[in-house]
Design a protein around this ligand. Sequence first.
Ligand code: CS2
Ligand code: MG
Length: 405
Amino acid sequence: MTDRIVAADVLVTSPGRNFVTLKITTADGLVGWGDATLNGRELAVVSYLRDHVCPILVGRDPARIEDTWQYLYRGVYWRRGPVTMAAIGAVDLALWDIKGKACGQPVYQLLGGAVRDRIPSYTHAPGWDVPALCDAVQAVRERGFRAVRVQTGVPGLDSVYGVTKDGSAYEPAGRGRALVEEVWDSDAYLRYVPGALAEVRSAVGPELALLHDVHHRLTPIQAARLGQALEPVDLFWLEDVTPAENQEVLRLVRQHTTTPLAIGEVFTTVWEFQQLLTEQLIDFVRAAVSHAGGITPLRRIAALAEVWQVRLAPHGPSDVSPIALAGATHVGLATPNFAIQEYMGYPERVHEVFRHAWTYADGHLHPGDAPGLGVEVDEALAARFPYEPAYLPVARRRDGTLTDW
Ligand code: CS2
Ligand code: MG
């Protein structure tokens, strides 16, 4: 007897930050969980799911994951985009979770089994100045990480996205109904960062993998200059060096530097990676398993990237929930050209709401061997943390114009 979806519900919880979770229940009593969190626009995905997707999931065969993906992606007519793809991603994750539970297998086994024993991961070490940065790097190194994302304050700027003055962990989206506006100065950043990261490199030695995120804030020629200036630092990658809507601009960056480039956390489909991959303009694909529409399309993106020897390194900040992180680790264990998983970490309460089988040890992640994705949501606890408005900050240049993200 074919199983059927009998319910699809959306949970919103905020144990330290907002998360949107999809719960799919079947007639056989199986429950699948999916992450639909889109930072700063969470409620748009809630409505997309509750008002449009959940009603058309009821009655479907949960085992037909690919058909359901096509049904939601092609059937909607209005394709792509972060809201649509976060919603589809949540459904895809939940259906893989159900299929694993139905088979009594962890999802990575359904993806062809493990090609590695554990997944390299990196975390964040922000520091307002070089001494603070070196201390932060040392602290995460002592936790076993062999790869660290280093973000620094910039002299002359009162605030810099991703870095706190007191060294406390930063949360991308500030709570509250007001959107924070920061001042950004690319020239000050370009004058300071190469020297600062060079100091960090000489302090930590040659082995530790250092990653830096430019967060889309430079023009192509500025990005080329930064990539060149950072070559002596031997970065593992330089991320989102310039906005990549017009992907041809990366050709200019490639012409001037061999610093490895990582792009893709704001991309939502394989088509947005096409030119970057087929022209070898990036070295790492940063698509998030949730925002790129789920495990099903992420595997396709990885397959296309493999043709050009480009590796997968999914986005894994605190605003991608432990369910999506679980999905990424299953893909990571089973995908040959998977390089490294971002693991920014979560406040303790998040681990209590999202009880997960995935583990972190000694710089590596493992999805665990529980059937499905290996995450169960404590709904009663989740209900105790209602949604709170929160926005990502925006940045303006000194002349008042909005700068790119
Ligand atoms: C960052 C993110 O982790 C990263 O690479 O780019 O922290 C990003 O800023 C947030 O996820 C935005 O919501
Ligand atoms: Mg990033």
